[in-house]
Ligand binder design. Structure first.
Ligand SMILES: NC(=O)C1=CN([C@@H]2O[C@H](COP(=O)(O)OP(=O)(O)OC[C@H]3O[C@@H](n4cnc5c(N)ncnc54)[C@H](OP(=O)(O)O)[C@@H]3O)[C@@H](O)[C@H]2O)C=CC1
Ligand SMILES: O=CC(=O)O
Length: 324
């Protein structure tokens, strides 16, 4: 008998067909994102679950007594309550690597958009304000040969560093808990303390996972170290930044601008002051959102689910849930 699984989000037909060869599928057929109460109700006796970052906590796990595997269709897995999953012996998988280059492209997009004021000046042209030669009040700042500081230089961070180093001839600083010798050699990246990175970088890029250690890793004190001319980019998770502290430094002109793909609350509140600032570029959490990469992620999430349910050596287990 095939194991029963639940698809909480729509996946491409090819992915569903692949999963259907190995599992009996139940799925959310309603519009949009499945409401939490529906998910709890519909999980029933599913052994596998494929999600897009829905919260996996004791309440959900208690509503699905037969659940064995949760496949996250994303690389970040801060939505997993690791202790609750561990204590119930539930496997969790994610989708590393297939999205690295795509997310790195977007981060460079945010760097260019903020430094060269692309969104702001697009609005300037479209609202008919372009009446003559522009003056220095609309000049941007150079990206090439500047210093980039990457907080959390892992798979995605290294792809950002590659682009920065070889495309834009930038100096690359990074701050991880462990040094990455190979990346240092290949990219000339320099490992340093968070404080030094913040003091010396023209572009500070936050790319850590969200963990108990990285919640609010950027707060008043850390923004205080940044140069007045520096730009802050966040493509990790909203909660890695103390958003009030970010709003404050921007309001006080203590940094030049920010590029944000992620927010404390998503979708972002339309009244969030960050949305009113011309020097802040905002995006709706689209780091990996290209057609090919989203397809590859969904296929990998499907394969992870099937492998974990049917094979002895499942792939892409999140490190904290290995050997449970
Ligand atoms: N905006 C978007 O759409 C996307 C966002 N993301 C986010 O990006 C994150 C990173 O993804 P990925 O590059 O694949 O992950 P990796 O695990 O490859 O890299 C994360 C890096 O962060 C470092 N790190 C972890 N904790 C700390 C800390 N306390 N201080 C400093 N560095 C730390 C790790 O190094 P070390 O262990 O040595 O500290 C590691 O090198 C994801 O977890 C997700 O949250 C990912 C994809 C898309
Ligand atoms: O935020 C997206 C992810 O894959 O993590």
């Amino acid at each position: 008998m095939k194991p029963k699984i639940f698809l909480a989000r729509k996946v491409p037909k090819e992915v569903e067909d692949y999963i259907a060869q190995h599992c009996d599928i139940e799925k959310w057929n309603g519009p949009g994102i499945i409401p939490r109460h529906e998910l709890l109700k519909l999980l029933g006796d599913s052994e596998g679950l494929l999600i897009n970052r829905e919260l996996i906590d004791p309440e959900l796990l208690d509503s699905a007594p037969k659940l064995r595997v949760v496949s996250n269709n994303s690389v970040g897995y801060n939505n997993f309550n690791i202790e609750a999953m561990k204590s119930r012996g539930i496997i969790g998988t994610n989708t590393p690597s297939v999205l690295d280059e795509t997310v790195a492209d977007l981060v460079l997009g945010l760097i260019l958009a903020t430094a060269r004021r692309i969104s702001e000046l697009d609005r300037y042209v479209k609202t008919g304000q372009w009446q003559g030669i522009i003056g220095n009040e609309l000049y941007g700042t150079d990206v090439h040969h500047a210093t980039i500081g990457i907080i959390g230089m892992g798979r995605i961070g290294e792809c950002i560093a590659e682009r920065a180093k070889f495309g834009f001839k930038m100096r690359v600083l990074y701050c991880n808990r462990k040094q990455r010798a190979e990346a240092e050699e290949r990219l000339g990246a320099e490992h340093c303390s968070l404080e030094q990175l913040l003091q010396e970088s023209d572009f500070v890029v936050l790319m850590t996972p969200l963990t108990p250690q990285t919640i609010n890793i950027m707060s008043d004190r850390e923004f205080g170290f940044m140069k007045r001319t520096a730009i802050f980019i966040n493509a990790s998770r909203g909660e890695t930044v103390n958003e009030s502290a970010l709003i404050k430094v921007l309001e006080e002109g203590k940094i030049r601008g920010a590029g944000l793909d992620v927010f404390d609350k998503e979708p972002v509140d339309p009244n969030n002051p960050l949305l009113k600032m011309p020097n802040v570029v905002t995006l709706p959490h689209i780091g990996s959102a290209t057609a090919k990469t989203r397809f590859d992620m969904a296929m990998l999430a499907g394969q992870n689910l099937v492998k974990a349910l049917l094979e002895n050596e499942p792939a892409n287990l999140v490190p904290e849930l290995k050997n449970i």
